[in-house]
Design a protein around this ligand. Structure first.
Ligand code: TYD
Length: 138
């Protein structure tokens, strides 16, 4: 199984190994997600209803999984197209290519968002102002 690196955000279903002792899912770089994993981080202890994100990346691509709980991934492109995914299962994730304004919101209490990233952390990769984002993407 392999995927093209796409400019379109989309859900990727992960393997789901069902077991009476507890289920298991897995992510391998280039097999299940279309990039090499340079960084892994997670967002947790988010107060219910709180928001994270509110920025775009110049080149970093990400894959986001709701390991626990639920939240919404809200993506907006420079043309103003807005797309929302409700994430609430640990056996799929959303591929978020760079070039989309990205917000995580509507967190349920005790949610855990796992984020796999294609690049190391770099503040220069962030666009934190929506108008600047639109201008850069034109
Ligand atoms: P940020 O990506 O700005 O999260 P949000 O947009 O949800 O607020 O990250 C918050 C802080 O964490 C920021 O000061 C930078 C730091 N940070 C790192 O040091 N390394 C990382 O890999 C990430 C994602 C954030």
């Amino acid at each position: 199984m392999s995927y093209q690196r796409s400019k379109d955000p989309h859900i990727i279903d992960l393997p789901k190994i069902l077991d009476k002792r507890g289920n298991l899912s897995v992510i391998e770089e280039f097999a299940h997600i279309p990039f090499k994993i340079e960084r892994t981080y997670w967002v947790y202890d988010v107060p219910g209803g709180e928001k994270r994100g509110g920025h775009a990346f110049r080149s970093n691509d990400e894959f986001i999984v709701a390991l626990s709980g639920s939240f919404d991934v809200v993506l907006t492109n420079a043309e103003g197209e807005r797309r929302v995914w409700h994430m609430n299962r640990s056996y799929y994730g959303i591929y978020v290519p760079h070039g989309w304004w990205r917000e995580l919101e509507n967190f349920a209490t005790n949610s855990l968002a796992l984020v796999l990233a294609s690049e190391p952390y770099s503040p220069e990769n962030y666009i934190r102002d929506f108008d600047s984002f639109r201008k850069e993407e034109k």
